[in-house]
Design a protein around this ligand. Structure first.
Ligand SMILES: [Zn+2]
Length: 457
């Protein structure tokens, strides 16, 4: 029996699907205007794992994760670059999926785009207005929070907290300071859609309510996302969905389980652009970090715990995988039995996806196999466990092959000399750029008192 921590009830519960023939899962996807940071990747890895675990237990799982392709940040990026928003959103959607593919994340069954569901959102908003949960004001449509007394039930935040926490000035047309936007007007030079309230665009929260209902039906089993989305995004999704579907007294009439993955810090600090520690999955991959090592590092902490992203953790994961692939390559001809798992491994996974414990069990199995290479049952449990975690998707021979580079050694040495000369002139922008350019080509530099050496990573 799978147990999951349900943020809505704040307890670990037995997972019982609404329809055992089709388990339905939704997770909030990215807003595509830039490269995704590793916090986004953590979310994708966690729900990819959850989907795999559910797929092992039930015949069908439908996993929907949206793409937010209309948003003020996207519009700003498009205006700055002088291109249509589609050019930005298509580019970054593709990069997002490619980068996650490198982490062994399978694409969702359905990846709906907000811009393709504006009609659904308009219908949703009309239903909310008809039942007096929403109102139109100056080309905007707002959800009226006081009309929904159960507001705040997921995050435990009161309406007053929310108002006190709001940093932006309250728009004069709001009936209540807590009211939030469902629709807003677009100027002629902004992307927009015709609606009963004039040309405009949807607010962010309504996207997920409309797209999850459209593709999964209500109620569905599990709604997921990062803990940072709990308030206000998920709170607002619940408000819209349960009110539009006529169950304002039952918060679970939208999704039964709410699963949230924890925050991510980088070397002990909050990740932020101003601290200069903003870490992009794309950059890590370009620097030659193996996607599978990133995945294992992400799973090394329990999904609900904060994850501190450190260089050390990734290197450790790489070493672990070197060991695991060493076992796989020595057992290429072994007759691995499908469906064989160790009890300790499965118990850990079924206990709210306790991946640190499951990984510890893989280490224990690895140790046993190293002692007794003929233990097929142990080997099978090891291989199947790794596969369930979404690991072992690389070719063992390729993984263990010594790394080579197609770059000319003379060129690399030239670059190292150019970097040294930039450093001597205190042009650190240039010296960093040379180092990063080499890293992007798989060459890692190591500085020591004796000078700079290089290796292929
Ligand atoms: Zn959402």
């Amino acid at each position: 029996m799978l147990k999951l921590y349900n943020s809505l009830t704040r307890t670990k519960e037995d997972f019982v699907p609404i329809d055992p023939d089709n388990v339905r899962l939704y997770a909030c996807g990215p807003t595509v205007y830039d490269y995704a940071h590793i916090g986004n990747a953590r979310m994708a890895v966690v729900f990819d794992l959850l989907r795999t675990v559910l797929s092992g237990l039930y015949p069908n799982v439908t996993y929907v994760s949206n793409i937010t392709d209309i948003d003020d940040k996207i519009m700003k990026a498009a205006a700055e670059q002088g291109v249509p928003i589609k050019e930005i959103t298509e580019k970054y959607t593709q990069i997002y999926n490619e980068d996650l593919d490198a982490l062994g994340v399978e694409e969702p069954d359905i990846q709906p785009k907000a811009t393709e569901h504006v009609d659904d959102m308009i219908a949703y908003i009309e239903a909310l207005i008809a039942d007096n949960y929403a109102y139109e004001a100056e080309g905007h449509v707002l959800f009226h929070v006081p009309a929904f007394p159960k507001y705040g039930g997921l995050s435990g935040r009161s309406r007053d907290d929310q108002i006190a926490g709001a940093r932006v000035e309250v728009a004069p047309f709001k009936k209540d300071p807590a009211d939030f936007v469902l629709w807003k007007p677009s100027s002629d030079d902004q992307p927009g859609w015709d609606s009963p309230w004039g040309r405009g665009r949807p607010g962010w929260h309504i996207e997920c309510s409309a797209m999850s209902a459209q593709h999964l039906g209500l109620p569905f089993d599990i709604h997921g996302g990062g803990a940072d989305l709990k308030f206000p995004h998920h709170e607002n999704e619940i408000a819209q969905s349960v009110c539009a579907h006529g169950h304002p007294d039952d918060l679970s009439s939208f999704a039964k389980f709410w699963v949230h993955n924890g925050f991510l810090t980088v070397e002990g600090e909050k990740m932020s652009k101003s601290l200069g520690n903003f870490t992009l999955t794309h950059d890590l991959l370009e620097q030659g970090v193996e996607g599978e090592a990133i995945r294992l590092a992400m799973l090394s902490a329990h999904y609900r715990q904060p994850l501190d992203w450190t260089k050390d953790k990734v290197e450790q994961s790489k070493k672990t995988l070197d060991r695991f692939y060493g076992i796989l390559i020595s057992q290429l001809d072994a007759n691995v039995q499908p469906g064989v798992f160790s009890d300790d491994f499965l118990n850990a996974i079924y206990d709210d996806l306790n991946t640190p414990k499951a990984i510890a069990e893989l280490h224990a199995l690895a140790k046993d196999i190293e002692k007794d290479p003929d233990d097929i049952e142990g080997l099978s449990a090891f291989v199947n466990g790794g596969l369930l975690l979404g690991l072992f998707y690389n070719d063992p021979e390729e993984w263990l092959a010594p790394k080579e580079t197609t770059l000319d050694e003379a060129y690399i040495l030239e670059q190292i000399a150019a970097r040294q000369s930039a450093k001597d002139k205190k042009d650190f922008t240039l010296s960093d750029k040379i180092r990063d350019d080499l890293a992007a080509q798989g060459i890692v530099l190591k500085d020591s008192p004796d000078g700079t050496s290089w290796s292929v990573e």
